[in-house]
Every structure is written in structure tokens, then in C-alpha cells.
Write a protein that binds this ligand. Structure first.
Ligand code: GBH
Length: 454
């Protein structure tokens, strides 16, 4: 038996794949959908590599039956997708749009008919533009609008959907979208304004989790991104930089949810968790008990002491000794195990069961036959990361499943279509789908792992 061979994970381990609405759907103005912040952002010159636009892209809105066949062929137990808020509630507030909702309703029924559990994320970064115009996540009202949206979707689908996530990676949306400005809505906020985005995302999460529960939703969770932080050097001056990056990347969106309080160290970012933004009762809403925590893991980060003029209390560095994916991210499977163990050690009894809700890699796939892509690097990446999850499980961490990012090559945010994460290759001229070697590898792995210990 090889290190990542069959039998290291339990037979009921939940194998899946994940996508998100804006990255695959296209059809940006079909059936009453209104723009999201990503439609606005992507239309601004220079924001997206190559000037790529997400529509039509994979055109999943019209080709979802093909994608369902691909999921069924893969043999996944579950499929995570997200809902486009402005498709189901145009403008983000008020009356639902039956035509938008019908799309997800059909998808859920078809997944169930194929024996695949639907896992829904309500928010994967595509805030309705009308809500952005009213202040976006800097406005407390947005958290309440989000809870109303959760109630609407839960009411429509909770009878058939077993697992929910309120949000995907609020940290990345906060940091990339509101501090660094590389993602929509393209803001570069600091201090209290930046903190208001984090706090209102967290409040929205808590309120939405409660709203979902009132609709009978079964498993309710939150999906966060995590990355172990390695010091840039042996210089002790790097220590505070490591702590600062760890506090914001790994704790800001987890401590309030699991422990009911903000982590230490936010002052270094000019953020004050004891100010008036945090109203009495907010932290209780945010700490609504969860059924699971979703873990997205891609890489480790390096941090060194900031240099003069650096706006943040750390400088991102490339940790030495790793190969890199086409995104330039270090390939560090050991960081997967470290992340899962870190969560168990840090949160102990407060930690709910874990699911790895994303791992994957972009590579410069070179189709060697006319269309078939022999993506051996992606197979090696995934295989090593599955083995690292098995290591964590064997060390006693309660991890229930794993999802690969992503089913399809898709719109990789500011990188456009250039960075491909799919198990299935997509030709963005024709929208033709062709399974890669990694698709066949994952199909075989799911089959073997499910049979080996059953
Ligand atoms: C996820 O975000 C998203 O949920 C998904 O939508 C996206 O398509 C997918 O991953 C792939 O990107 O090594 O210093 O350059 C991932 C967030 C932020 C994780 C950047 C890796 C690398 C920082 N990523 N991070 S660095």
C-alpha cells in the first residue's frame, strides 16, 4: 500500500468537487439577474488579466446538464456550488426572482437524482452591485440583507440540501477585495473602515447561519482559507510579522466564530475590535454554533519584518525550498497537515468537525493529444494533499471529507481564464469540456477509497 493508497481514509469519507457561481455560470444578465461587484470590477480596464470577462466563460448556466454528467462520471459524493445572490434576488434586497431560483432548484433536484449531495455556499464574493452602491460590507445593513437572502434560499431548498456554507473565504474577500484592491470591489481601505468590512462579514455569517437554521437546514457551516505562516529568516525581527499575518489570515475569521472574541494583534493593522463598530450582542450572533468548519488550503505563506513604507505589519515572502504552481504558490502538502493540526490544537473542544472544502492547483496544462490533457503535475499535487489529509486524520483530527477545486477550468478572478484549476479542461472559445488525466485519477481514487475499507 502506498502512502496515499486506498484505505487510509474511512469508507464514508466524503469526496467532492467545488465551483462558484461567478466563476462558471456566465449568463450574467439572463432571466432577471442584476450585476454583482464582479461584473462592475471586471469591466474596468486593467483589472483582469487579458481583459477576460466571466461571461460566457464555462456558460454553466446553459450547460449544467453536461456538468452534471461530468460529476456523475467522476463518482463524487458531494458537489459544492454557490448561488448568485443577484440572480435570485435582483438588486440584493426584496422580492425573490422565481426564474433565477428555478435554476438552482432544478440543479439540486438533478444532483439528488444522480445520488450527489448538493452543498451550497450562499456567498462566494459576488455581492449585488446595488448593495455595494449602498456601502457594501462597510454598511451594517448588508449583514441583515444577507440574512434575509439566506432565509429566502433556505426556505426554498433546505428540505433537499444537506450541507450549507454561509460564505466562502470571507478573509480573502476582505483582504483581496477591500484592503489590497486586487479583487472586486477594488477597495484599499484601512483602519476602522477595513475592520467594518470584516466585522459585517462576520455578523452576516452569524445572522445567516441562524436564518438557515429556522428553515430546517441540516448542516450549517463556514468556509475559511488557512495558510501556515513561515518566518522569512532566522532573524527574531520576523517574529511579530509572522504573528501579525497569522492573526489576520488564520484567526480573524475563526476566533470570533469559534471562541466568541476577536484575536489579539489587530491593533497592528489599525483595527480596533473594542470600538463602537462592535455592538453589544454582535459577538454572540457571530458565535452561533456550527455543524462543521470548511477548510480551504492551497499553500504556506512566508512573512518577514516590514520595510520602511510598507503599509502592513508584515512583508509577504516566498518561503524557500518549495516548487511552485503556475499561480506562483509554493507546493507544500505538509502545510495541509499542519493546518488541520493547528486548528485542532488551537480550538480544541470548540472545533466542530472539519471538511476540506477546497484544495487544488493551477498548472500550465499542455494538451498532448488534440485535446486530451495529461496533467501529471496536478495529479501529483492532489495525491500529496490527499495523503497529508490522511496524515492529519491518523493523528486524530476529525476531517470528514475533501473537495477538489475545481471541476472545471474557470474564471480565476483577477487572473481571468489564464490560470486553470480544473479536472476538466474547458475550451473558452467553444465551451467544450474534456476530462483531463486528473479527472480519471480522481474518479479511480474515489472508487478505491470508498471500496477499500467498506
Ligand atoms: C480560492 O481562493 C477561492 O475560493 C476560489 O474561488 C479560487 O478560484 C481558488 O481558491 C483558486 O485561487 O502564495 O503569497 O501568492 C484561494 C485564495 C489566496 C490562496 C492567495 C492562496 C496565495 C498567496 N488564495 N494565496 S501567495
Amino acid at each position: 500500500m502506498t502512502a496515499n493508497g486506498p484505505g487510509r481514509l474511512p469508507a464514508d469519507f466524503d469526496w467532492g468537487v467545488a465551483t462558484s457561481a461567478y466563476q462558471i455560470e456566465g449568463a450574467s444578465d439572463a432571466d432577471g439577474r442584476t450585476p454583482s461587484v464582479w461584473d462592475t470590477f471586471a469591466a474596468e480596464p486593467g483589472r483582469i488579466a487579458g481583459g477576460d470577462l466571466a461571461d460566457p466563460g464555462c456558460d454553466h448556466y446553459h450547460r449544467w446538464r453536461d456538468d452534471l454528467d461530468l460529476l456523475a462520471g467522476l463518482g463524487v459524493h458531494s458537489y459544492r456550488f454557490s448561488i448568485s445572490w443577484s440572480r435570485v434576488i435582483p438588486g440584493g434586497r426584496g422580492t425573490g426572482n422565481p426564474r433565477g431560483l428555478a435554476f438552482y432548484d432544478r440543479l439540486v433536484d438533478a444532483l439528488l437524482a444522480a445520488g450527489i449531495d448538493p452543498v451550497i455556499a450562499l456567498f462566494h464574493w459576488d455581492l449585488p452591485q446595488d448593495l455595494q452602491d449602498a456601502g457594501g460590507w462597510t454598511a451594517r445593513d448588508t449583514a441583515y440583507a444577507f440574512a434575509d437572502y439566506a432565509l429566502e434560499i433556505g426556505t426554498a431548498l433546505a428540505d433537499r440540501v444537506s450541507r450549507w456554507a454561509t460564505m466562502n473565504e470571507p478573509f480573502e474577500h476582505f483582504a483581496l477585495g477591500h484592503v489590497i484592491g486586487l479583487h472586486a470591489p477594488g477597495q484599499t481601505l484601512t483602519g476602522d473602515e477595513a475592520f467594518s468590512v470584516a466585522h459585517h462579514l462576520l455578523l452576516g455569517h452569524g445572522l445567516a447561519a441562524q436564518a438557515l437554521r429556522t428553515t430546517g437546514a441540516r448542516q450549517v457551516g463556514l468556509i475559511n482559507s488557512y495558510a501556515p505562516v513561515r518566518p522569512a529568516s532566522t532573524d527574531p525581527a520576523d517574529g511579530p510579522a509572522v504573528s501579525a499575518l497569522d492573526a489576520i489570515q488564520n484567526r480573524l475569521f475563526t476566533d470570533p466564530v469559534l471562541l466568541g472574541g476577536y484575536p489579539a494583534g489587530l491593533e497592528a493593522f489599525g483595527m480596533d475590535p473594542h470600538g463602537a463598530l462592535v455592538r453589544p450582542g454582535d459577538l454572540q450572533e457571530i458565535a452561533t454554533p456550527l455543524d462543521y468548519l470548511g477548510v480551504n488550503y492551497y499553500t504556506v505563506l512566508g512573512a518577514g519584518a516590514p520595510q520602511d513604507g510598507d503599509p502592513l505589519p508584515f512583508r509577504l515572502t516566498d518561503p524557500p525550498g518549495y516548487e511552485h504552481t503556475a499561480s506562483g504558490w509554493p507546493v507544500a502538502p505538509v502545510g495541509m497537515r499542519d493546518t488541520l493540526q493547528m486548528l485542532r490544537e488551537r480550538y480544541q473542544q470548540a472545533l466542530p468537525p472539519l471538511y476540506v472544502t477546497e484544495t487544488g492547483a493551477a498548472y500550465d496544462d499542455k494538451p498532448d493529444a488534440e485535446d486530451f490533457c495529461d496533467d501529471t503535475e496536478r495529479i501529483a499535487f492532489l495525491s500529496a494533499h490527499v495523503a497529508a489529509v490522511a496524515d492529519a486524520v491518523e493523528a486524530g483530527v476529525d476531517v470528514r471529507g475533501l473537495m477538489v477545486w475545481s471541476l472545471l477550468d474557470n474564471f480565476e478572478w483577477a487572473e481571468g481564464f489564464a490560470k486553470r484549476f480544473g479536472l476538466v479542461q474547458v475550451n473558452f472559445e467553444t465551451a467544450k469540456r474534456t476530462p483531463k488525466a486528473s479527472y480519471q485519477w480522481y474518479r479511480d481514487l474515489i472508487k478505491q477509497q470508498s471500496e477499500a475499507t467498506s
